[in-house]
Design a protein around this ligand. Structure first.
Ligand code: NDP
Length: 370
């Protein structure tokens, strides 16, 4: 369980008589078929914890392949070269990666560095003529996000944000249920996103590199989740900040924020983002004719979900592998996921975060126009 390989094994078993374990969708139908189409050749920038997870997941992909690296740590480059058979000519550092424009072996760069570096790195990758996949949050505010969108448009390259949940099977099933009206009119969303952060010296607690604190890193899941679960954009936010440890969570680095969002339909959302409260990984939605609960809702999985109709049974498999194959389809064939994950989508989350930060200062309602 957990990998695309084990999923394929299950599909094979199904073929000899055991009932199919998933609700066949186009996404999964393609998994067991042999593939001889184009492969997205990706260089990862930033060989840290999440970059390592993505690289490993890409071994399960059939439409995307890790072919290059960009890193400030020579020992990591060496290690990755041998682990993933990466040729020397596809290895770069932060000083020389603009030269990637002359490298025909690389189609896209996946930026997995601290948030505060994303904008400048995206601009450079776009200028080099390569597609950009950038981790969330796309930047540290909406102004940066818009700059990134504009630069990628001008360079005629794609800009995709690493919203892996947009390819997650249970999440997609719930979005389809909502689209089919199975919950009636969505009325209320509750999102809880948080964990207790450790090492006080890490970049995530450095305003310049992180752009904030918990909200940028984990609260963004409740923001994005409210939007895809309700299927609507917020028109206002209110927010309240709590800080119990101003030494660890310095000025501009949020520890815990409660925030509320209002939607044109009358739906409301109530969310919690925290770096100091554990076990927060839950979505709940109540509609006029039903409800859903996801717990865990956005972790690496397996995601669990249930509704007024019962437990969700879609299979788990590696989020990042689904995401990278999906992004390859988007880049090559223009095939859009159920919920977009392009730069414009990222900018919407950044605008909401800007508004939440503003609301924590003013104490009032901040109107939004997305
Ligand atoms: P890490 O600290 O583990 O890795 C970041 C890497 O960026 C470093 O290892 C380093 O790689 C590189 N880097 C370049 N400049 C700096 C710098 N000044 N300080 C620190 N690192 C630097 O972070 P994560 O991998 O956890 O997070 C990276 C990004 O991925 C963030 O934007 C985060 O929000 C996102 N993320 C997304 C997740 C998701 O589920 N979608 C989950 C986790 C993170 P090198 O030595 O190779 O240069």
């Amino acid at each position: 369980m957990g990998s695309r390989r084990s999923f394929i094994e299950k599909v094979t078993v199904s073929a000899i008589g055991v009932p199919l374990i998933f609700n066949s969708s186009k996404l999964f139908a393609a998994v067991e078929e042999p593939y001889d189409g184009p492969v997205l050749r990706v260089a990862i920038m930033g060989l840290g914890s999440y970059g390592s997870r993505v690289a490993k997941a890409m071994l399960e992909c059939k439409k995307a392949k890790l072919v290059g690296v960009i890193s400030g740590t020579p020992s990591k480059i060496k290690d990755w070269q041998s682990k993933y058979s990466i040729p020397k000519k596809n290895c770069y550092n932060y000083e020389n990666f603009d030269a990637i424009k002359n490298n025909d072996d690389i189609d896209a760069v996946y930026i997995i560095t601290p948030n505060g570096l994303h904008c400048d790195q995206t601009l450079r990758v776009a200028k080099a003529g390569k597609h950009v996949i950038c981790e969330k949050p796309m930047g540290i505010n909406a102004e940066e996000g818009q700059k990134m969108v504009d630069a990628c448009k001008a360079a005629n390259v794609k800009l995709l944000i690493g919203y892996r949940m947009h390819y997650e099977p249970k999440t997609m099933a719930l979005i389809k249920m909502r689209e089919n009206g199975e919950f009636g009119k969505p009325k209320f969303f509750q999102g809880q996103s948080g964990f207790v952060i450790g090492d006080p010296t890490q970049w995530r607690l450095n305003k310049e590199l992180a752009g904030g604190g918990a909200m940028m890193d984990i609260g963004i899941y409740s923001i994005n989740g409210a939007r895809y679960i309700l299927g609507e954009e917020p028109i206002w936010v209110t927010a309240q900040e709590t800080k119990t440890d101003p030494v660890k969570f310095k000025e501009g680095v949020d520890e815990t924020i409660q925030f509320q969002m209002g939607f044109a339909s009358g739906a409301v959302a109530n969310c919690l983002s925290s770096y100091n409260i554990g076990n927060l990984d839950r979505f709940f939605m109540s509609g006029s004719e039903g409800w859903l609960e996801m717990k865990p809702s956005t972790g690496y999985g397996p995601i669990k979900g249930r509704t007024h109709k019962g437990e969700l049974t879609q299979p788990h498999y590696t989020h990042q592998a689904l995401q990278m194959d999906g992004m390859a389809e988007l880049i090559f064939d223009g095939k859009q996921p159920l919920v977009p994950l392009d730069g414009e989508e990222g900018v919407k989350d950044m605008k909401i975060i800007d508004a939440i930060f503003k609301a924590t200062k003013t104490g009032g309602k901040v109107e939004l126009s997305l």
